[in-house]
Design a protein around this ligand. Structure first.
Ligand code: SER
Length: 587
């Protein structure tokens, strides 16, 4: 089966079960300062899982672009990828375990024709936070799955979420296909990494909210969140043992082999092929995202830089010395453009940025590697050495750690961090640590700042007399808003003051904030601003603030501007070429 046929089959199946098909969100989460990338289909839906109504109703399905950097070290094994496509269906306080499991089983066995004898499932065994999930096990049994293929596993395996430190979570039941390998031992069961059990789908029952370390409370509604990996399911449908042998990866791997200069592909060379194909695929999707993120030393740009630089280093192992990323990117776009036309649309940007990054890194890679070899004569690589490699040769610290590990050495990370701090850049490299942080809550403060962001957006258009100013990025924490927009020069002090005044006047006017549910076409006709693309006919929310601002937006918002207090701009700076950034607070 072709990947796009699987996607279509899945969405058609759930459409028939009365689900609204929604568009994939960007890889860059909007209004969520605690995570760098969208890591699962449920991620953009968090506000709706905790009670906000979704314009598509209570049953949703989609295919979502996802990136998980936590799996970076597993890349190269049969099933882990950094970028993947996740099919999902959701119940927002509507159906629960029975329907979710029955439909999963129906889709796997009837629509995809998986042999029922090859399906094993896992369910949550229970602990102090939540009871054993006998209900799910009973549903599987009623469908004919024999007891010996229903496994009860602990939280590490059968509890999903929250995506960050806090948020919706709950027990899950996972579905595995037997690949025919193994078993590797008597202990072998789903979750074992030997390759016998290949996970394809996860049904999560989000009925809990983790509020603080160790504390769970019941959510106001019982939700279903399921996730099926497109790449993994295609591997199983087409009887491949790894995702890299599927038609999603083979053409990419072939294109790398074409430029490689090796005759024999042993373990090391095959790992290089897998890492490069995974990382460049992720890079193409980040660069070609709705937000067009370029490589940098900051946040998502830094992860992208790591992907590209790690690819270049592995390519060196295959004897590749010339710029090669563009060639591979062309293949990646060709394979994916039907499902993700935005890649084709952004291809010039993708090629340009890949070439720039390759040029930059190539200049220092060789000398940096020589330097590294000289440094590693002892038992440990000093933090100062690692910092020099970072600062002067552009080696991401994770790459230096990896190089050192290959030689059986540790890097003194503490000392590296101290060096880094000295250069006042620690926050940058620490960006990824925010994966460990909690999801942004939809609390009162963030909700207010969300509404203030709409006012700021309009104020900029009015004050700068430029109606084509648009949001290029937004990030809201409890304390402040951050807003990126297209404008090609620094704003004058007086202009910033005028923008502040404009917003504060609207606050004083006590304007009502109104939400309407329209199709995208209707929203556009009504003159609503909007930055995201959406499928024709899909319903969207449009928020109006008096008659001053009208934007397509998922919310949430306060109901009257008088709740906002006083708006103050804290900083105005450049964010990227042609993009300015404003940080502001409500006092
Ligand atoms: N959130 C769950 C997962 O990522 C199901 O979608 O596996």
């Amino acid at each position: 089966m072709k990947p796009n046929d699987l996607i279509k089959k899945y969405l058609d199946f759930f459409k028939e079960k009365k689900h609204s098909i929604i568009s994939s969100a960007s890889l860059i989460p909007e209004h969520d300062p605690t995570v760098l990338f969208t890591t699962a289909g449920m991620h953009p839906l968090v506000p709706y899982l905790v009670g906000q109504p979704h314009p598509g109703g209570k049953r949703l399905a989609d295919v979502q672009k996802c990136i998980r950097t936590v799996d970076i070290d597993n890349v190269g094994d049969p099933s882990h990828l950094t970028f993947f496509q996740m099919l999902g269906n959701w119940s927002l306080g509507d159906y629960f375990k029975k329907e979710a499991i029955e439909w999963s089983y129906e889709f796997l066995t009837k629509n995809l024709n998986f042999n029922p004898d090859k399906i094993s499932v896992t369910v949550f065994e229970g602990d102090n936070d939540a009871p054993k999930d006998k209900e799910s096990a009973g549903i599987w049994r009623s469908l004919g799955v024999p007891e010996k293929r229903i496994y009860f596993l602990p939280k590490e395996d059968n509890w999903w979420g929250p995506a960050g430190k806090t948020g919706p979570c709950g027990p899950c039941t996972e579905m595995f296909i037997d690949t025919g390998l193994g078993p590797c031992s008597n202990e072998c069961k789903p979750g074992c990494g030997c390759g016998k059990y290949f996970e394809v789908w996860n049904d999560v029952f989000l009925e809990y909210n983790k509020i603080a370390e160790g504390k769970f409370e019941k959510l106001s509604q019982k939700n279903v969140d399921t996730g099926m990996g497109v790449e993994r399911t295609i591997a199983m449908l087409n009887k491949k043992k790894t995702v890299y042998e599927t038609e999603i990866f083979l053409p990419i791997i072939e294109s790398i082999k074409k430029v490689a200069k090796v005759d024999n592909y042993g373990e090391e060379e095959n790992k290089a092929l897998r890492v490069i194909s995974d990382h460049l695929r992720a890079s193409v999707f980040i660069l070609g995202d709705e937000h067009k993120v370029p490589p940098s030393n900051l946040d998502q740009g830094y992860i992208l830089r790591r992907f590209i630089r790690r690819s270049i280093r592995y390519a060196k192992q295959l004897g590749i010395d010339n710029n090669f990323c563009e060639d591979i990117a062309k293949k990646i776009i060709e394979v994916n453009k039907e499902q993700w036309p935005i890649l084709e649309k952004n291809k010039e940007f993708i090629f340009e940025e890949l070439n720039k990054e390759e040029e930059k890194f190539k200049k220092t890679l060789e000398t940096g590697l020589n330097k590294f070899e000289k440094m590693v004569s002892g038992q440990e690589l000093s933090g100062t050495g690692a910092f020099l490699l970072f600062q002067s040769y552009g080696f991401p610290i994770e790459m230096t750690v990896e190089l050192a590990k290959e030689k059986g050495l540790d890097v003194d990370l503490k000392c590296f961090e101290e060096e880094f701090k000295k250069h006042q850049e620690l926050s940058r490299v620490g960006a990824e640590n925010r994966f460990k942080g909690g999801l942004a809550d939809s609390g009162q403060e963030t909700t207010k700042l969300h509404t203030a962001t709409h006012l700021l957006n309009q104020a900029l258009r009015e004050v700068l007399k430029k109606p084509d100013i648009f949001q290029k990025g937004s990030n809201i924490t409890q304390e402040r808003l951050r807003f990126d927009f297209n404008f090609d020069r620094k704003l004058e002090k007086e202009e910033l003051k005028k923008v502040e005044d404009w917003v504060n006047e609207r606050i004083k006017e006590a304007l009502p904030v109104k939400r309407e549910e329209l199709t995208l076409e209707e929203a556009k006709k009504a003159g609503a601003q909007g930055v995201f693309e959406s499928k024709y006919g899909e319903k969207v929310f449009v928020y109006s603030i008096g008659n001053k601002s009208k934007e397509i937006c998922g919310g949430p918002h306060i109901t009257n501007t008088k709740e906002l207090g006083h708006f103050k701009i804290k900083k105005e700076e450049s964010s990227a070429a042609g993009i300015r950034r404003i940080k502001a607070v409500l006092e």
